[in-house]
Design a protein around this ligand. Structure first.
Ligand code: BYC
Length: 321
């Protein structure tokens, strides 16, 4: 993402920084940090913020079609929460010395990444339950660990976000449990949705450890505390019993419990699909980017009004001084 070469760091400063990390200290915005650490965090946090914002689209798609007032209210609240998460994390990136509008421009022109999962369509109402259960469920597994990340502002944002994500997951699972106990058509709609979202949810954790170029450095600096595969396995172990409890099947003929490791062993992930999606060739990449660009264009008058208001206030306070 950042084409500039990384500068040579002062070895004494670098050693002191790494000692602080090893001692479990939190790195704060005004502390010295290697440029590479700053860039890695900017990359990860901006991708995360973009994911929250783009993540509003698949669910926003169903607000007008929610089947009851209660469901509509909780869906609206969830989508608003995602916008809030995006804003906390964009604020967090600014503590690293970047301008959020530069990051946002990268999202709009298609050069920034955001989570692969949001490039899949939401075809049925059951998808609202399954996204809450599986997608927010996967996000919680990843983000609970990120709440202990070495960069203070990101860790603190994660604590708050995880509380809200937990609520999202519960409302999603409750929706799934309701459909699972419903009519044959409702059960079939739920099963179809799980079949479509299961594998993309597993891909949210990123490539396998052997193919993850950023992991070694991020683990060394304790930005990541667990590997992609460790988190993916934890998610599967937590989710299989939840699926069993509501009588839903997971679309993996190789899924089996290994009594020795106490893990649910799962089948091979189609990594070619993952790489196609993150290259921009998923089912909804173009639609998502077009929707964000449209929203940005339609919001121009709001930005202009806010800027004019700010200028007026500044002129008033200069007059008063
Ligand atoms: N999708 O070296 P790796 C949410 C990229 S929002 C797209 O393993 P890393 C929610 C990766 O960026 C959930 N790209 O990377 C919102 C890298 O490319 P670059 C978002 C992916 O950083 C609304 C390349 O593949 N959560 O929960 O060590 C409603 C190689 O990967 C993906 C976060 O963003 C992917 N799935 O590990 C509901 C959490 N996976 O940048 C829910 C913060 C990998 O080198 N991020 N790539 O060009 C992370 O924890 C880590 O960045 C990742 C990837 C585990 C995602």
């Amino acid at each position: 993402m950042d084409p500039k070469p990384t500068p040579q760091e002062d070895p004494a400063l670098l050693a002191a920084f790494e000692a602080r990390i090893a001692a479990g200290e939190s790195i704060e915005p005004k502390d010295w940090m290697p440029e590479r650490y700053r860039r890695q965090l900017t990359r990860m946090m901006s991708q995360h913020a973009h994911s929250e914002v783009v993540g509003m689209l698949p669910e926003g798609n169903w607000i007008t079609r929610a089947p009851s007032l209660r469901r509509k209210m909780s869906l609206i609240a969830k989508v608003q929460d995602e916008a809030g998460h995006g804003l906390y994390i964009y604020c967090g990136t600014e503590t690293l010395g970047v301008d959020r509008f530069d990051l946002y421009r990268q999202l709009l022109d298609g050069t920034a990444k955001y989570s692969s999962i949001f490039n899949y369509p939401t075809l049925a109402w059951a998808d609202m339950g399954v996204i809450g259960w599986l997608v927010d469920g996967a996000a919680i597994v990843n983000q609970t660990v990120l709440a202990k990340t070495s960069y203070g502002p990101y860790a603190r944002a994660m604590v708050r976000i995880c509380k809200e994500e937990n609520f999202h997951k519960r409302q999603g699972y409750e929706l799934c449990a309701t459909l699972a106990a419903g009519t044959p058509a409702q059960r079939a709609m739920l099963q179809d949705s799980v079949n479509r979202f299961w594998w993309p949810a597993l891909m949210m954790f990123g490539p396998s450890d052997t193919d993850s170029p950023n992991s070694a450095e991020l683990l060394r600096w304790r930005v990541k505390r667990k590997t992609n595969d460790e988190l993916r396995q934890r998610f599967v172990n937590l989710t299989v019993p939840q699926a069993q409890a509501i009588g839903v099947t997971l679309p993996d003929p190789d899924l089996r419990f290994d009594p020795e490791t106490k893990n649910w062993v799962f089948g091979a992930i189609d990594w070619s699909e993952f790489y196609e999606v993150i290259k921009g060739n998923g089912p909804c990449n173009q639609e998502r980017l077009a929707a964000r660009n449209r929203a940005h264009d339609e919001g121009r008058w709001v930005r202009e009004a806010a800027t004019a208001h700010q200028a007026k206030q500044a002129a008033r306070s200069t007059e008063a001084a």
